[in-house]
Design a protein around this ligand. Structure first.
Ligand code: P6P
Length: 348
């Protein structure tokens, strides 16, 4: 508590203010006494990059930065100019600080090996990211997000990073988080000790702890799925959707689907709910990418008491085989994910 009282009436003229992200990182760093502080420096780098991207996202309607950049990414999706910009900002910020030995991004076909100025490959972490998820929403002013995932490298320090360092199961993550560029801009992340949310005060460019210890409720009443693909869904998903719509007990649930994973996930974590992107005839392995969308969101969900599944088993136990592989994704309130898994199991 910070109380600065003036003499006359002894009334506090500065009430307690929320902790800043910087203060929080320092405080948590002290809990990891023997760590080298590199992980804190990665979170600090993401904090800076998020502020730079936030500035451009908020200006998107005003400057010629909206609209396709004329290129396509490995997913065959038109790259929006902000996609390209955000990708460059996060890569540059992480590279300049020499804190990671490699980066993988949705926007890059292959991973990027980062050699320190001394060319010593001595950083011990790799970062995987979707620099601007939901970017198709940019032109229509709907919130978008950045998603990141951090692993310790598994190959020897001092040697160039390899694909093996990136193809690790999600339960090996040391940190994960997202930035949501919405009505306000928030950074939400975990290092395996719960989930905390920080809101940016754009006037001074500082993130303040606004959502300490975020928790998924065990149950919820919101289901998020693109029902336009209903006829292409597996029967278990069709049955679960009908279950959500049935008049019974606390149902029907409410359908809310923004088309931006970070936004749907964030709302469901605060209000309770489940997000589903299943396989379909159009997306035989699902649409979302395991390494830099599903794994980080799964880590956050589990740390917040939620659950993340591919419809049958834990997302974070999947052994990745490719950098951009896709998996079906069921994520959110534990009991809702488990109910969906029950329906899926009937047709396994
Ligand atoms: P659809 C955005 O492209 C994204 O990866 C997620 O953010 C979002 O939830 C999903 O795809 C939307 O996909 O096929 O429903 O438009």
């Amino acid at each position: 508590m910070i109380n600065i009282c003036n003499r006359k009436n002894d009334m506090p003229i500065m009430k307690h203010r929320n902790k800043t992200l910087g203060e929080f990182i320092i405080e948590k760093q002290e809990e990891f006494k023997y760590s080298s502080g590199e992980l804190s420096r990665i979170i600090n780098a993401i904090r800076l990059a998020a502020k730079v991207v936030n500035y451009k996202v908020n200006k998107a309607g005003l400057v010629d930065i909206v609209g396709a950049a004329g290129e396509q990414n490995i997913q065959g999706e038109d790259q929006q100019k902000l996609d390209v910009y955000a990708n460059e900002v996060f890569i540059q910020t992480l590279t300049n600080r020499e804190i990671v030995c490699g980066i993988a991004s949705e926007e890059n076909d292959d991973f990027i090996a980062i050699h320190g100025k001394a060319g010593d490959d001595n950083s011990k972490y790799v970062v995987l990211m979707d620099p601007l998820d939901g970017s198709s929403n940019i032109d229509v002013n709907v919130s978008v997000g950045t998603i990141f995932s951090v692993f310790r490298r598994v190959t020897p320090m001092g040697t160039p990073v390899t694909l093996e360092d990136f193809l690790q199961p999600g339960d090996q993550q040391v940190a994960a988080g997202y930035v949501i560029y919405g009505t306000s801009t928030m950074l939400v992340y975990t290092t395996g000790h719960g989930v905390n949310g920080f809101t940016l005060n754009p006037a001074i460019g500082t993130f303040y702890l606004s959502h300490p210890n975020m928790q998924y409720s065990k149950d919820g009443k919101i289901y998020s799925v693109n029902e336009g693909n209903y006829i292409h869904f597996p029967q278990g998903v069709k049955d679960y959707i009908k279950y959500c719509q049935m008049e019974e007990g606390d149902r029907p649930y409410t359908s809310r689907y923004i088309g931006s994973l970070v936004s749907d996930f964030h709302r469901n974590m605060i209000k309770g709910g489940v997000y589903i992107y299943p396989t379909s005839s159009k997306a035989p392995n699902g649409k979302l990418r395991l390494l830099y969308e599903c794994n980080p969101m799964a880590f956050i969900a589990e740390q917040a008491g939620g659950k993340a599944s591919d419809g049958y088993g834990r997302i974070m136990e999947i052994q990745p085989t490719e950098l951009h592989q896709r998996v079906p994704f069921f994520c959110g309130s534990q009991n809702m994910v488990e109910k969906a898994e029950e329906f899926m199991a009937k047709y396994k």
